[in-house]
Structures are given as structure tokens and as C-alpha cells.
Design a protein around this ligand. Structure first.
Ligand code: GRF
Length: 210
């Protein structure tokens, strides 16, 4: 599976994919990493693995690209990579139908996003704080197909944990992050092997973590 990964930050999920590609435990080739932040550590991780990186951050005037400009450039970068799957892993920019339909129609590739909550609950930011404030018993992470509604596309998989009485936003973040590192490669593996058919999604795959 030829995949492109879009990132904005640390890229620990990208690192897991790189490691699994390198030790052949996941049948993928990461053919490009696109970042909307020039300072993202994910870029260093990609470069260290000799993966092509593309930074779409500031224009010649030093201004951050407007959404539509970013999306056009990203599609332009993705097109020649001939990807089978686009993965959003810690990509923090909201995408509009321009990009989402472009991926579908021009690249003919599905796109998945990794989100740190049990969707459809807790879309958006600060999920760990909100989960704690609401006194939830369960939390976790989800992988879903990307549609133009934020964090609302068809769910593919989830990993669930029990919220502990002594959890803080920081401990929950760490625990969910560890679950993500399991869930994302596993879900990509399911897509690669046709266990998950992105054209005709059946059951949501759920895993328990701790
Ligand atoms: C993850 O929690 C992901 O769900 C969220 O951003 C974080 C990215 O982590 N959207 P990393 O950059 O892969 O370390």
C-alpha cells in the first residue's frame, strides 16, 4: 500500500508506521510526508528514514498559506505520488471539500484520520480534558474515513480504555497515545488486506487497551 501521511507535530504515530515499514511488519511504503508546520518534528523523523517530505507552511511573504492555497498545493504534491491511501496522523488543520473531494476524485484514494476520542463523542480539540470533566468511564481513540464534516466520517476502528480515578489530562493523553500507536497500524493493515473494505464498511473493529 503506497501511503502519504499528513502531519503537524511530533509524529510519533508516523514513527510507528516508519518502524513497521522498515521491519516489514506492515505492508506499506510511505511515499511522502506533508506538513503544514515547518517546525514539525515529524519532518525529522521522515527525513531520517529517507522519506520525501513536503512543507506547505508559509508563502514567499512569510504568511501562513490560506486554507485553499494549502489544499491546492497539497493535492499538487500528492498527485504524482500515486498513493493508495492518505493518512492524517496528528494533522491539525481542518480540511475543506476542495481537498477532500480532490483526494477522492483526482487521487482516487481513501483518506483516514486518527482522532483521540471514542467518536462520535468528543469531536474536535482538548478531548482528554473534556472526557475527565464529564466523568466518562471510557475513553480511547478512533480511526475514521475523512468526509467534509469534522471528525464525522464512517468509523473504521476504535481502541478503548477505562478512565482511572487518578487520571489527569496528561496521563490520559499518554495512555491514548499508546493506544493510537497500536490502532493506526492495525487499521492500515486491515485496509491493506481487505479486512476493512473502505468502499463498503461493515462492523467497527474495537480493541481494548489499558
Ligand atoms: C494524536 O493524539 C492524534 O490523535 C491527534 O494528534 C496527536 C498526534 O500525535 N490528532 P503524533 O504527532 O503522532 O505524536
Amino acid at each position: 500500500l503506497r501511503i502519504a501521511v499528513l502531519v503537524s507535530g511530533s509524529g510519533s504515530n508516523l514513527q510507528v508506521l516508519i518502524d513497521k515499514q522498515l521491519n516489514n511488519s506492515l505492508n506499506i511504503e510511505i511515499v511522502g510526508v506533508i506538513s503544514n508546520k515547518e517546525t514539525a518534528y515529524a519532518l525529522t523523523r521522515a527525513k531520517n528514514a529517507n522519506i520525501a517530505t513536503f512543507v506547505i507552511d508559509k508563502n514567499e511573504q512569510g504568511k501562513t498559506y490560506k486554507r485553499a492555497e494549502f489544499e491546492r498545493l497539497a493535492l499538487h504534491v500528492l498527485k504524482p505520488l500515486e498513493v493508495d491511501l492518505v493518512v492524517l496522523a496528528g494533522f491539525m488543520k481542518i480540511l475543506t471539500p476542495l481537498f477532500i473531494n480532490g483526494v477522492k476524485d483526482e487521487l482516487n484514494a481513501p483518506m483516514v484520520n486518527l482522532h483521540p476520542s471514542l467518536l462520535p463523542a468528543y469531536k474536535g480539540l482538548d478531548t482528554h480534558e473534556r472526557v475527565l470533566k464529564s466523568g466518562e468511564r471510557y475513553h480511547g481513540c478512533s480511526v475514521h474515513l475523512v468526509t467534509s464534516e469534522l471528525d464525522a466520517g464512517q468509523l473504521l476502528s476504535q481502541a478503548v480504555l477505562d478512565v482511572r480515578p487518578d487520571d489527569t489530562p496528561a496521563t490520559l493523553q499518554n495512555r491514548v497515545h499508546a493506544l493510537e500507536h497500536m490502532l493506526l497500524p492495525r487499521t492500515i493493515d486491515f485496509i491493506a488486506h481487505g479486512v476493512i473494505d473502505v468502499e463498503n464498511v461493515g462492523d467497527v473493529y474495537r480493541f481494548w487497551g489499558n
